[in-house]
Design a protein. Structure first.
Length: 74
C-alpha cells in the first residue's frame, strides 16, 4: 500500500475514533474529499477495501486502522 494512503487511513481512523468513539464505522470514501482530486489513490483504496479484503461498505474504524497498521511493507 502506498505510504501516503496508509498514513491517511490511520489519521482519518484516529480522528473519527476520537470524535465518535471506538464503535464508529466508515467506508473507504471517508479517506477522500467529495471532489476526487486523486483518482489513483482512490482506486488503490477501493481495490484494497473491496477486492483484496472483501469488506462491507461500512466497517469499524478501529478494525480498518488495525488492519493497516499490521500490514507488512511491500
Amino acid at each position: 500500500m502506498n505510504p501516503i494512503l496508509k498514513q491517511k487511513i490511520i489519521d482519518v481512523c484516529n480522528r473519527k475514533i476520537a470524535q465518535k468513539g471506538e464503535n464508529v464505522g466508515l467506508s473507504f470514501y471517508a479517506f477522500f474529499a467529495n471532489k476526487n482530486d486523486n483518482p489513483e489513490l482512490l482506486m488503490e483504496a477501493a481495490q484494497w477495501w473491496i477486492m483484496t479484503h472483501q469488506l462491507d461498505h461500512f466497517e469499524k474504524a478501529i478494525k480498518i486502522k488495525q488492519m493497516v497498521e499490521n500490514m507488512h511493507p511491500v
